[in-house]
Design a protein around this ligand. Structure first.
Ligand SMILES: Nc1nc2c(c(=O)[nH]1)N[C@H]1C(S)=C(S)[C@@H](COP(=O)(O)OP(=O)(O)OC[C@H]3O[C@@H](n4cnc5c(=O)[nH]c(N)nc54)[C@H](O)[C@@H]3O)O[C@H]1N2
Ligand SMILES: Nc1nc2c(c(=O)[nH]1)N[C@H]1C(S)=C(S)[C@@H](COP(=O)(O)OP(=O)(O)OC[C@H]3O[C@@H](n4cnc5c(=O)[nH]c(N)nc54)[C@H](O)[C@@H]3O)O[C@H]1N2
Ligand code: SF4
Ligand SMILES: [Mo]
Length: 694
């Protein structure tokens, strides 16, 4: 029997203060301090000594103890007793649960092969162990199908490294050196709030703030310039800005000649995007486009910032490529306060052999794109078909595209579904067996943020509640039940972290001298940068095949995409309906927190924002219950009439649970499970809907 992680009491700061890290899918990865009295957490706050957390947590995580101690936590293994999805359960022991899972899997392996088992997981936690290692070791050993984790950022994770060689982002405080920032399809006031005090400070110091977004987002409300662009036309705008810059001779010619590959070809491409054409495509005024191009080319340092929301359509990868070209055209890469602020996650590359031990495992039989989950369960994947699904750290029924099809797949009588969860989520409801999961306060992990440049260690502040187990401890127990004896399937989380750190250090200069002991002691450890590489690409070396910024990128041909960035209209959006965007909810992180009463109250009931013109044309008044519908499915939302959205566009928030929505369906019943142009990415916003009064 495996023992759960015991709290690491020898390393806490004061007798009752335990250091941790916020695990959620958010660039800020806050440093947490949990106050524990007599084994119970009594307070949680942000570390005042952390340079980005600055002592405060967002409104979502401040009440985290409500989540930890919620009476709705799943705290024991459960077995389904009624029909699938019927939410009727009996409590069983861990031993019984593990034995049943192992027996079912062994039968499936004997009949169909291990490829018939599919693990599905994503961003419940972003930790190295509880998200990273658990996606590999057990499944590799078993020879199960792999999951292509494409739901969020896979298009940009091809586009950015192809263009620049790496995802190397600045320290967020670099914005204090910027004189201009374009926040392009990025809403940090909601999606990464610790950037906002820095942005405001920069703005006070004279930095000109531009927001490009189809809706007047929270961030747009304080911008100096707001460009209300038509969705999915950003590549056209980027090329239009380049057109003006080249046409007026405002490009940094010397920089392009020294550090960019294919600038002449890019210039020719941009020539196809004069302001009038771009105005027509984007819905913006030609004069505004010209003025922004001039300002961007002449105000330095100029920073361009986007996150992952910009890529959620079929032209998403090329859009990101186009945006990555802009800083090169004006010579802003390698400039403090300039360049691109996308992600810092590329600085550390965890040693893949240490993470996955693939060299000791059978070859992976196949990889299944998570955006196609419903289709995969319903017959797109054969030979063998998927006979068992193991879900953890994800809630695909609420968060994945074309969710109606997923629910049909989960209803298959011959599918054996296990869900490892903290709560009875929309997905857990369809399980045959539900396993209880720990929260971040009850588990150990190491976090590599994507919005700042410190490693964050997370101690277990509490013993697991009830019979909850961490993802890794559950995998260890499954390995034991299946008779897998390899020591790397049984090491503790701390041992796993130590092993990966050790193996990764030699080829990661940013990890120089960082040890597990230091991480455990200090909690927050800055990555190691030299003066020369503190600013991303400060040495003007780009780790691409040409050593330059690849404006023209031959590697794109392998993806079947034009080597030059281009605007390719989204086919689905050509029809007469409304383009539906679903942005991050202010009080949820994806569907996490959407079941927490205090946060649900703050977020309000699920709504759809419509321009007055579109509402009037459909006889819809503010507050009406309306049906959002297309060929994939439908759901009900409350109409909110707002001039913050342009005509032709409808806006809603992602994350509401289907089971908490009218008729038990959320917006993902309408979203598309097609794939983006790069990386097999998700295309939630290639979504045309009709909105009908009920
Ligand atoms: N509070 C909160 N924070 C979150 C999340 C959450 O759900 N809630 N989710 C987390 C996750 S998983 C991610 S990936 C990040 C994402 O971080 P962001 O990318 O900042 O967030 P999004 O809300 O997806 O999109 C940002 C903005 O893009 C706009 N947008 C949509 N389509 C287009 C378009 O075609 N062009 C342009 N120019 N803009 C467009 C939206 O209106 C929105 O205001 O946020 C993370 N942080
Ligand atoms: N319509 C629409 N849908 C979207 C998007 C969109 O823009 N529009 N954006 C997409 C994006 S960017 C993302 S990243 C995805 C995210 O989609 P998912 O990765 O599925 O994230 P969540 O929906 O938040 O579900 C995470 C679940 O993990 C559980 N959990 C948390 N911690 C742990 C843990 O330690 N162990 C276990 N076992 N469980 C844990 C939580 O309780 C929660 O139910 O959503 C996507 N969905
Ligand atoms: S969700 Fe983001 S802002 Fe909120 S506590 Fe976590 S890391 Fe910090
Ligand atoms: Mo995401």
């Amino acid at each position: 029997m495996l023992h759960p992680q015991t709290p690491t009491r020898s390393t806490h700061m004061t007798p009752t203060q335990i250091r941790g890290a916020c695990p959620h899918d958010c660039p800020d990865t806050c440093a947490l301090l949990t106050e524990v009295h007599a084994g119970r957490a009594v307070a949680l706050r942000g570390d005042p000594a952390h340079p980005i957390t600055q002592g405060w947590l967002c409104a979502k995580v401040r009440p985290y103890l409500e989540r930890v101690y919620s009476t709705e936590r799943v705290l024991h293994p459960l077995r389904r007793v009624g029909p699938k999805g019927g939410d009727q359960w009996e409590r069983i022991s861990w031993e019984a649960a593990l034995a049943e899972i192992a027996e079912r899997w062994q039968t499936i392996i004997a009949t169909h092969g291990a490829a018939a088992i599919l693990p599905y997981s994503y961003s419940g936690t972003l930790g190295l162990v509880q998200m990273g290692v658990v996606d590999e070791r057990l499944w590799n050993r078993m020879g199960a199908s792999g999951l292509d984790r494409t739901i969020c950022c896979s298009a940009s994770h091809v586009a950015v490294p192809a263009t620049l060689g790496a995802r190397h982002g600045p320290d967020p405080r670099d914005v204090l050196k910027s004189k201009l920032i374009i926040l392009w399809g990025n809403n940090p006031a909601t999606s990464g709030p610790h950037f906002m005090p820095l942005l405001r400070e920069a703005q006070r110091q004279g930095c000109y703030v531009v927001v490009v977004d189809p809706r007047r987002s929270l961030t747009a409300q304080h911008a100096d310039l707001f460009l209300q662009i038509r969705p999915a036309t950003d590549a056209a705008l980027a090329l239009g800005l380049m057109h003006v810059i080249f046409a007026e001779g405002l490009q940094d010619q010397a920089w392009l000649e020294a550090h960019a590959h294919g600038w002449r070809e890019l210039q020719e491409r941009a020539a196809l995007y004069p302001p009038e054409r771009v105005a027509h495509l984007t819905g913006l005024d030609a004069e505004v486009i010209v003025a922004l191009a001039r300002r961007y080319a002449t105000t330095k340092p100029a920073m361009l910032k986007f996150a992952d929301g910009i890529q959620r359509h079929t032209n998403g990868g090329q859009t990101v490529r186009a945006l990555c070209c802009l800083p090169a055209v004006v010579g802003q890469y390698g400039v403090p306060g300039g360049g691109l602020n996308y992600s810092t996650s590329g600085y550390i590359k965890w040693d893949s052999a240490a993470v996955g031990h693939t060299h000791e495992c059978p070859p992976s039989p196949r990889i299944i794109n998570m955006n196609r989950l419903g289709a995969a369960l319903m017959g797109e994947v054969t030979d063998p078909p998927i006979m068992s699904l193991y879900v953890y750290g994800a809630n695909p029924v609420a968060s994945a595209p074309n969710a109606g099809l997923i629910v049909r797949g989960l209803g298959r009588e011959d599918l054996f579904t296990v869900v490892h969860e903290q709560f009875m989520s929309d997905t857990a409801r369809y399980a045959d067996i539900v396993l209880p999961a720990t929260t971040q306060l009850e588990q150990v992990d190491l976090h590599r943020p994507y919005g700042h440049r410190h490693l964050q260690y997370n101690h277990a502040a509490l013993a697991p509640l009830g019979e909850a187990r961490s993802n890794w401890d559950t995998m260890r127990a499954l390995a034991q039940t299946l008779g897998y004896t390899e020591p790397w399937l049984h090491a503790s989380a701390e041992e796993v972290i130590a092993e990966i750190l050790e193996a990764s250090r030699p080829h990661n200069p940013q990890l120089t001298d960082i040890t597990l002991d230091q991480l455990q002691r200090e909690g927050t450890v800055p990555l190691h940068f030299t003066e020369e590489n503190f600013t991303p690409f400060g040495d003007l070396h780009f780790p691409t095949p040409s050593g330059k910024v690849e404006l023209l990128c031959a590697a794109m041909l392998e993806h079947g995409v034009d080597p030059l960035p281009d605007y390719v209209p989204v086919a689905e959006l050509a029809g007469p309906g409304l383009t539906l965007i679903s942005a991050g909810a202010h009080h949820f992180v994806s569907s996490t927190f959407a079941n927490q009463p205090s946060l649900r109250k703050k977020q309000g009931e699920p709504r759809i924002e419509l321009n007055p013109q579109d509402a009037a044309a459909r006889g819809i008044s503010d507050g009406d219950l309306v049906r959002i519908v297309n060929a994939r499915g439908d759901c009900l939302l409350r109409a909110q009439i707002s001039v913050d959205v342009p005509p032709g566009v409808a806006v809603t928030a992602k994350g509401y649970w289907a089971s908490n929505s009218p008729e038990g369906r959320n917006i993902n019943w309408t979203t598309s499970d097609d794939l983006a142009d790069l990386g097999g990415g998700a295309v939630f916003h290639s979504n045309q809907v009709e909105v009908v009064r009920t």
